[in-house]
Design a protein around this ligand. Structure first.
Ligand code: ADP
Length: 170
């Protein structure tokens, strides 16, 4: 009995530039399988981010401030090293459509090659989030499109701030 009680932790890595309701859906599903989920922003991830890592962390912390079992962090370098250092058991990733599959498959196999003790777990997003990505959200927001209901409220506000600043030319 005692041996079955070991806490299982997953790391959910990504750019989260910015976090969307699709990401949140994966975190909530992950919490049904794991005792804890560490949402980890990759510091060496995307080349041209809209938000700084600190801004992304702040939005994630606000989003999950009332969700027990979720920790927000960032990491540098190899993901498998971070996962091992945190004593986590698995990498959590979300799948939308076929388009995600090839890249995710390649990355999961590479990570397994790098550390065979760490498993990648894929969860399918809720149907209502299947078309949502950080990039489509940024594109919509940039041209004044409404993103409420697709991202956490804090992200809506930050997107508006970002784009009203840049469009006023200051
Ligand atoms: P990355 O730059 O590593 O792809 P993202 O922040 O774009 O980081 O995504 C992190 C993870 O969340 C990836 O596994 C991605 O497939 C998944 N994801 C992104 N958007 C959604 C969504 N709408 N539904 C489910 N999973 C998603």
């Amino acid at each position: 009995m005692g041996a079955l009680k070991k806490k299982k932790i997953a790391v959910y890595p990504g750019s989260f530039d910015p976090v969307t309701n699709g990401h949140c859906d994966i975190v909530w599903r992950g919490l049904r399988l794991f005792d804890g989920v560490i949402v980890a922003v990759a510091r060496n991830g995307s080349k041209n981010p809209l938000f700084t890592v600190e801004e992304r962390l702040e939005m994630l912390r606000e989003t999950f401030k009332d969700t027990p079992g979720v920790e927000v962090d960032s990491f540098d370098g190899l993901l498998v090293n971070y996962v091992a250092n945190r004593g986590a058991d698995a990498i959590l990733r979300g799948l939308r459509a076929v388009s995600d599959f090839e890249y995710e498959f390649q990355m999961a196999l590479m990570n397994r090659k790098l550390n065979k003790n760490i498993q990648t777990v894929f969860l399918m997003t809720g149907l209502r989030w299947i078309f949502i990505s950080s990039s489509i959200i940024k594109e919509a927001a940039q041209f004044g499109g409404q993103t409420r209901g697709m991202v956490p409220d804090i992200v809506c506000e930050k997107l508006q701030e970002k784009f009203s600043k840049s469009s006023s030319g200051v």
